[in-house]
Write a protein that binds this ligand. Structure first.
Ligand SMILES: NC(=O)c1ccc[n+]([C@@H]2O[C@H](COP(=O)([O-])OP(=O)(O)OC[C@H]3O[C@@H](n4cnc5c(N)ncnc54)[C@H](O)[C@@H]3O)[C@@H](O)[C@H]2O)c1
Length: 244
């Protein structure tokens, strides 16, 4: 599989899945844009790629920031072939105690951020006549409800968004799919108490957490021509813990 000559835009690129996705597409020959609110770490993520890498400071929840990021991609590379929306946040709030600001923040990054990057990415694809691919990232929690209300709602929203725009963008040859990861070994999971972690692992038939590189390989498959007839789908990567 080669992505030579292709431009891949990754959000949440500074760490975790996003960073593994940057490294994998980079190894497959792509030009990779690492977009993150943490610009310094995004810079580290593309450091090894030289001229093929571009790090951008981008807050996906802010329309102007997302527009500026895709403008910068257009100026530097003239196109975008693949958009991977990995930026996401959580917040541990019991439903009845959820502060308004936390609801707005989590939905703002996870759902509105995904919407904004899909829209601006698809606009740039259309402008340059690119039959591209968009990959969004949901969570098993959206299906099971095992998570805070804002997180589960935002991640379920990503699935609906994907299906709607997959239908609409199909006419332009743009495919849109959702990866639905189970528990994955990233900094997001680092703060989880060991007891909780062990009970989560017990629920996974393959007996371990997912590694971020395993998500990256699925993202590359979905972005490639090997997945040319797959659009609007949820692709579960969860070691068998749930079926969608
Ligand atoms: N780790 C898991 O177990 C797991 C499971 C299911 C789904 N997910 C989802 O996968 C995605 C990646 O998760 P991860 O574990 O790599 O998380 P992570 O916390 O390790 O990394 C998330 C990245 O997103 C960036 N980010 C946060 N807010 C941003 C914003 N407003 N604009 C731009 N960038 C922003 C962070 O700076 C960070 O680099 C997230 O959407 C997460 O919800 C994770």
């Amino acid at each position: 599989m080669s992505f030579e000559g292709k431009v891949v835009f990754v959000t949440g690129a500074a760490q975790g899945m996003g960073r593994a996705i940057v490294a994998h597409f980079g190894a497959l020959g792509a030009k990779v844009v690492a977009a993150d609110i943490n610009a310094a770490a995004a810079g580290e993520a593309v450091a090894a790629l030289g001229e093929r890498g571009l790090a951008l400071s981008c807050n996906v929840a802010e329309p102007a920031s997302v527009r500026a990021a895709f403008d910068a991609v257009g100026e530097r590379f003239g196109r975008v072939d693949v958009v991977v929306n990995s930026a996401g946040i959580g917040s541990v709030d019991a439903f009845l105690d959820t502060p308004d600001d936390n609801w707005t923040r989590v939905v703002g990054v996870n759902l509105t951020g995904t919407f904004l990057c899909c829209r601006e990415g698809a606009r740039l694809m259309q402008k340059s006549g690119t039959k591209g691919a968009i990959i969004n990232v949901s969570s098993t929690a959206a299906m099971s409800g095992e998570g805070p209300s804002h997180y589960c709602a935002s991640k379920a929203g990503v699935m609906g968004l994907t299906r709607s725009i997959a239908r609409e963008l199909a006419a332009s040859g743009i495919r849109v799919n959702t990866i639905v990861p189970g528990p994955t070994n990233t900094p997001m999971m680092a703060g989880i108490p060991d007891e909780w972690m062990q009970s989560m692992i017990k629920a996974i038939p393959l007996g371990r957490m997912c590694e971020p590189e395993e998500i990256a390989r699925v993202a590359a498959f979905l972005a490639s021509d090997d997945a040319s007839f797959i659009t609007g789908q949820n692709i579960a990567v969860n070691g068998g813990m749930a079926f969608i």
